[in-house]
Design a protein around this ligand. Structure first.
Ligand SMILES: Nc1ncnc2c1ncn2[C@@H]1O[C@H](COP(=O)(O)OP(=O)(O)OP(=O)(O)O)[C@@H](O)[C@H]1O
Length: 320
């Protein structure tokens, strides 16, 4: 029998917190539900975006998947292992990268950190050298190998961390905000690297990010979590459909005119001779374009695709 690589069933995690109550000397105890009734599975080789607003429960989920946190109830299995019980064994099968903090030794040159990891994970020497050469080449880290981590730029440090997470050939890579703070070029290169990693080695990626361009560039599937539970699990295209996505036809008229009236589209904005018409993302633009062209003197036309940020915002506001 084959199991999904990641299998989460009715997972829940609560935290006991103490809060100061006004007028009382004692703090009262409260239970915060960070994750509840969470069910999803991920097959080997998938690239899945795990997104949601601040405080939705993303980090708590990742911590349960890596074994750092024990679930309050429900089941979690990664590569057939129970993360909190089989933490050491699981560590050999997964890689974790946190954009906001490094797992490398701050005062050591990158190369020394990698040598330590080889010993910790008991990576076979030939495989270690092969992987190191490959990642250093792909991530362009050659010039930084002898630099202490604290002297690296954010982008170099992130590439250093990704290499560290991959030296032992993990089946799953969890990435938490991997492109945070990076410039556009570095973001692009990192995304390209992750795509190649998935294509060449079939590494499964679970990506947590607030940068929706990461998702558009990398993930065919998105799980949206809000208030601790999944509110959407499916394709990006499906997310657009569910969020009531619209496309926009931008019309430049020869002369200024009142709001255009054509079937199937609604004018959202008028600025001089330019007008913005929205229509459903899953509808064809052709009838709208021809209706406008037949009734008005048009100088130019262009179409703007739906913005995934608007879609997600819409989804969150419905769930709230
Ligand atoms: N150790 C903890 N003790 C108490 N409450 C916690 C703890 N960790 C998380 N929480 C609470 O659980 C909820 C989910 O937090 P979590 O960090 O998982 O969210 P997140 O989706 O990762 O948010 P962000 O996008 O801001 O990183 C929040 O209400 C948070 O305050």
């Amino acid at each position: 029998m084959t199991y999904p690589l990641i299998d989460v069933h009715e997972l829940a995690r609560c935290f006991d917190v103490r809060r100061r109550v006004e007028g009382r000397r004692r703090r009262s105890r409260e239970s915060v539900v960070a994750v509840h009734d969470l069910t999803f599975s991920v097959e080997g080789g998938e690239m899945v975006g795990y997104i949601g607003p601040n405080g939705a429960g993303k980090s708590t989920t990742i911590k349960m998947l890596t074994g750092i946190l024990v679930p309050t109830s429900g089941r979690v299995r990664v590569a057939g292992l129970d993360p909190s019980r089989d933490r050491v064994e699981l560590a050999r099968r997964i890689g974790v990268v946190f954009g906001q903090r490094s797992t490398l030794w701050w005062d050591l040159p990158l190369r020394d950190s990698y040598d330590l990891l080889q010993k910790m994970y008991r990576i076979e020497p030939a495989r270690y050298r092969e992987n190191l050469d490959r990642f250093v080449d792909l991530l362009d880290l050659g010039a930084q190998l002898d630099t202490p981590v604290r002297q690296l730029s954010l982008g170099q440090r992130m590439r250093g961390d990704i290499t560290a997470a991959l030296l032992h050939d993990p089946e799953v890579l969890y990435l938490d905000e991997p492109t945070i703070g990076l410039d556009v070029v570095s973001k692009g290169r990192l995304r390209e690297f992750l795509r190649a990693l998935n294509a060449e080695r079939g590494t499964t990626l679970l990506l947590t990010t607030h940068d929706l361009q990461d998702i558009e560039a990398l993930c065919d599937r998105v799980i949206v979590i809000d208030h601790g539970t999944s509110v959407y699990d499916g394709s990006l295209a499906g997310l657009h459909a569910q969020g009531g996505s619209t496309r926009t036809l931008v019309v430049d008229l020869v002369d200024e005119a009142p709001a255009i009236e054509v079937p199937g589209a609604t004018v959202r904005r008028v600025e001089g001779p330019r007008q913005w018409l929205s229509f459903p993302a899953d509808a064809s633009a052709a009838p709208v374009v021809s209706a406008v062209a037949a009734a008005y003197d048009v100088a130019d036309l262009s179409i703007q695709e739906p913005d995934i940020e608007d879609v997600i915002r819409e989804l969150y506001s419905r769930g709230a």
